[in-house]
Ligand binder design. Structure first.
Ligand code: SF4
Ligand code: SF4
Length: 451
């Protein structure tokens, strides 16, 4: 077992952490797929409004890579296809039938797994619509089926505030998880399953012989990009893919039962919920359906799908996408704070120790207020101190503003894991991770054109 220590990062102590208990929710009346949440995918629709679909029928394919199939998470009628700016498909909504039809794929027995070759196994996953769960570094695009990675990382816990706990999502599914790991062993040169050592003795006890790396460090030490960066420094070079522990269960479900997985566990956190906990419900469930289960408070709250630092505003009527396993509800925080600059900040959440809250060892409140607008960089170095991949975010940002892309790459733009910490901590309110995200996207598009 390898032990890795990541020196930088930050763990904010915030109110509203979910309990490990799980509430099993009844079936929602509709589900959706959010195509815009798949990185670098240009959807070509294969259905139209009014069509009847089964659980596991194709909904759309990628125009650039038509072999990628994106399947329906439920059986029913296509109720609505929502388009965003430039006619980007933002959601395909399916109204569920009372009795859902389902597509059947070839299930695999334990012995099949021994005899089957890698190519055949990959085809099972592609046909079953779960290939998009494999993402490649550094761009985090969906992995290329024609490549073989040197390392496949399995991230068990994300350490992001309010994210899903392995104790919760593995509850009752340990055997399926072990089967999923055997599947992954066939797909990659080397498999690195890792967990965050301080928090999850449960994973270490229950997954002995499966988890082979432990990572010490604050958020986002457990990010596959961060782990890869630090292992690379120790000579572990080459192509790397990653997948999350929650997704290993989906793969096991597909291959064991021959049906597209219908359920997953979501972590529900934030001060906008009176009873934050984990819920188990359908894949692609509506945000409102999840929130209702955790006693939402009245008021102006934002629902963030996919994690506090990295997530997106899912709105009140949105749906969960394939990669999102947590939903955070926090106050919008747009109310004016009178004489805010004179207040001691007893309950303010801050990385620096300028507020009195730093003296008290108690969880802080978090809201969406930025407490000010963007200003010029003051070279305070906070972003550099936090960056887990030892970038110099302020210089990278300045190089990008000057169109000096080579310089930005030399500062480590491709190592950025878009954890959002630099933007969260920046006293000048500069959206550093957003700037790096757009630059990386452009680089990926150019690389694809040149390929
Ligand atoms: S944290 Fe913000 S202000 Fe400070 S160095 Fe980084 S970019 Fe500049
Ligand atoms: S530069 Fe990237 S990796 Fe570093 S803190 Fe910012 S978002 Fe995270």
């Amino acid at each position: 077992m390898k032990t890795l220590f990541i020196p930088n990062g930050h763990n904010p102590d915030l109110r509203g952490n979910p309990e490990a208990s799980i509430i099993h929710l009844p079936r929602p009346s509709s589900l959706a797929v959010v195509p815009s949440a798949f990185p670098f995918v240009k959807p070509r629709l294969q259905v139209k409004e009014g069509d009847r679909v089964s659980l596991g029928s194709p909904l759309f394919e990628d125009k650039r890579r038509p072999e990628l199939r994106f399947l329906s998470p439920g059986g029913g009628i296509i109720e609505n296809i929502i388009f965003g700016p430039r006619r980007i498909v933002t959601a395909i909504i399916i109204r569920l039938d009372e009795k859902e039809e389902r597509e059947f794929f070839q299930p695999l027995e334990n012995e099949d797994l021994e005899t089957m070759d890698r190519e055949e196994l990959m085809q099972h996953l592609v046909k079953g619509g779960l290939w998009p769960l494999f993402r490649s570094l550094p761009f985090r695009a969906i992995a290329d089926t024609k490549e073989l990675p040197d390392t496949l990382y399995v991230r068990m816990d994300s350490h992001q505030p309010f994210s899903a706990l392995p104790e919760a999502y593995l509850q009752g599914h340990l055997e399926a998880f072990r089967f999923g790991i055997r599947v992954l062993k066939k797909l990659a040169g080397q498999l690195a399953v890792y967990t965050c050592a301080e928090q999850h003795s449960f994973v270490l006890n229950e997954c002995q012989g499966v988890v082979n790396h432990t990572v010490f460090g604050r958020y986002p030490a457990q990010d596959p990009g961060v782990v890869h960066y630090h292992l690379r420094k120790k000579g572990n070079t080459g192509k790397a893919w990653f997948i999350t522990g929650e997704d290993v269960l989906l793969i096991a479900h597909l291959l064991e039962t021959g049906t597209y997985p219908g359920e997953r566990t979501y972590a529900m956190g934030g001060t906008g919920l009176a009873s934050p906990c984990h819920v188990r419900t359908r894949f692609g469930a509506p945000v409102s359906h999840l929130i209702e289960a955790c006693d939402p408070l009245e008021g102006n709250f934002r629902n963030i799908a996919g994690g506090l630092f990295r997530g997106r505003n899912a709105g009140q009527e949105g749906f969960m996408s394939m990669y999102e396993t947590s939903l955070t509800r926090i106050p919008e925080g747009k109310e004016k704070e009178y004489f805010g600059f004179m207040r001691p900040g007893l309950s303010k959440n801050s990385v620096s120790r300028t507020f009195l809250s730093a003296l008290f060892n108690r969880p802080a409140k978090v809201d969406c207020n930025t407490h000010g607008e963007e200003r010029a960089c003051i070279n305070c170095g906070t972003c550099t101190r936090l960056c887990p991949v030892e970038m110099l975010p302020q210089f990278t940002m300045k190089a990008l503003h000057a169109d000096a892309i080579e310089e930005a790459l030399a500062h480590g733009l491709l190592d950025c894991v878009q954890c959002g910490l630099c933007a969260y901590a920046c006293p000048s309110k500069i959206d550093l991770s957003g700037i790096f995200g757009s630059a990386r996207e452009k680089l990926y598009q150019e690389q694809q054109k040149g390929a």
